[in-house]
Design a protein around this ligand. Structure first.
Ligand SMILES: Cc1ncc(COP(=O)(O)O)c(C=O)c1O
Length: 451
């Protein structure tokens, strides 16, 4: 399944970039579409087709895809398994609002079978459409069941840009343009071992953050008001592929349970096999009260959902959170096939082993370089943080941009993330062929040497 899905010749760069045919489409896009795009500034190409972990542009240049639509395409582009499921569903029904279909109930049964113990057979699903929509529904639900308004989120978090949820996304850049002023959100620092704001040992970081949360919850004069939910990415995505200390999520669970504060895991980026488990929470053996799911669950077709404790469902009003496009049958047919594949194949073990191999190779590259300060991650969610100086840890944002464009010019698509945009992130399809991992790593090594 993860052999020979990609275009064989990759990487292949045969024109100056962008090539003439790509340039034509780029110009047309520029004429009609908003200028507030970002990816088009990073990857100057127009796409002809994409297969597996490769993308071919209009001029026949073929790129290795190490970003997978930011984890939207965990089984790669045009995966035969996903195609088959969608094609079969196409013959039945493309869209229907809320009414039961086999696509819907089969999906929910399969999803249920994958859930963390605290939710399996004890939860309900509410469909939404995007990742932000799911997170928005999650904080509304937490506020509703707790009867309290303030949500605690974390520095570096990204939960989308929409409605009230933009307030939980920590980068103020997004909030500066929000139509409404998001309210009642309080950010605590995420336990980020490489850049924690207080100088304490790594092993004390999780406890320091959770102690601070407990203080916010129990002290009426602590500042943020009564806490109605805690929203956290089990491993931070946009914030820089940050793996918290092992005890952080279990302690977060303990303290939220103690005070009956709903705990929400945003698995939008970490879920659906990305970290070598179906859900990242499995690494820590912790169940949330509410879980947000999106991206790869639709295999490229927009869909999302929250899964939550079924006792939260008791007094939920009709039409609590709405959307015409919820639970698209094509997306759910894809999701059902993808989850079944993750459950029954050996792909997750492969992601774990290959992920360790990639980190080992990156660490070797790092020992030869003055500019890679930290390598971290789980499964196929791996970050390499670039710094100007390993001692001062001054972020190497320009360096990361240089590396990104070197990689692009040599046929490898890789994105950055992090508080300072200085973390190179490996987020290739889980199905990527061994050869494309090794070729990509040697291009990456050259890019770092080139700094
Ligand atoms: C962890 C996380 N939550 C929420 C979102 C928002 O998802 P969407 O872009 O579909 O609104 C993202 C998007 O990258 C994400 O990474």
């Amino acid at each position: 399944m993860y052999r020979n899905l990609s275009i064989e010749e990759a990487p292949l760069i045969k024109t100056k970039l962008p090539g003439p045919e790509s340039l034509k489409l780029i110009k047309e896009q520029e004429k009609y579409e908003t200028n507030s795009r970002t990816y088009t500034d990073i990857f100057k190409l127009a796409v002809k087709e994409a297969r597996g972990s490769t993308i071919e542009d209009m001029d026949g240049n073929i790129f290795i895809d190490w970003f997978a639509g930011i984890s939207v395409l965990n089984l790669g582009h045009n995966n035969p398994l996903v195609r088959k499921a969608v094609e079969e569903q196409l013959d039945k029904i493309i869209h229907i609002n809320e009414l039961p279909t086999e696509a819907r109930t089969n999906f929910m049964k399969t999803l249920n079978s994958t859930l963390p113990n605290g939710l399996k057979d004890k939860s309900k699903t509410m469909f939404t459409v995007t990742g932000a929509d799911a997170c928005e529904a999650a904080i509304s639900l937490a506020r509703h069941v707790s009867g309290k308004k303030t949500i605690v989120a974390f520095g570096g978090s990204y939960h989308g840009v929409a409605g009230d949820i933009v307030g939980a996304t920590s980068n103020h850049h997004y909030r500066d343009y929000a139509g409404i002023s998001p309210t009642n959100i309080y950010h605590l620092p995420f336990p980020y071992p490489y850049r924690f704001p207080i100088n304490i040992p790594d092993e004390d970081m999780g406890k320091a953050v959770v102690d601070q949360l407990e203080y916010l919850i129990k002290d009426p004069a602590a500042g943020p008001g009564s806490i109605g939910g805690v929203l956290v990415e089990p491993i931070q995505g946009e914030g820089g592929y940050i793996v918290p200390p092992d005890d952080f999520l279990p302690m977060l669970r303990e303290v939220t349970e103690k005070y009956s504060v709903p705990l929400i895991f945003d698995e939008v980026q970490t879920g659906v096999g990305r970290t070598g488990k179906i859900w990242a929470s499995e690494h820590y053996n912790v169940s949330p009260d509410i879980m947000c799911v999106s991206k790869s669950i639709g295999g490229g077709i927009p869909t999302s959902m929250i899964v939550y404790r079924d006792d939260y469902d008791k007094d939920l009003p009709k039409g609590f959170h709405l959307g015409t496009y919820r639970a698209n049958p094509l997306a759910l047919a894809a999701g059902n096939a993808i989850l079944n594949y993750l459950k029954t194949s050996d792909i997750l073990e492969r992601v774990t082993l290959k992920g360790e191999y990639i980190k080992k190779r990156l660490n070797e590259i790092s020992t030869e370089s003055d500019y890679i300060g930290d390598i971290r991650g789980k499964g196929f969610m791996i970050g390499a943080e670039l710094v100007k100086d390993k001692k001062t840890r001054e972020p190497g944002t320009d360096m990361a941009n240089n590396v990104k464009s070197y990689l692009f010019n040599h046929g490898l698509l890789m994105l950055t993330c992090g508080h300072y945009g200085n973390v190179m992130r490996y987020i290739a399809p889980l199905t990527i062929e061994d050869r494309l991992i090794d070729v990509g790593l040697s291009i990456f090594e050259k890019a770092i040497k080139n700094l």
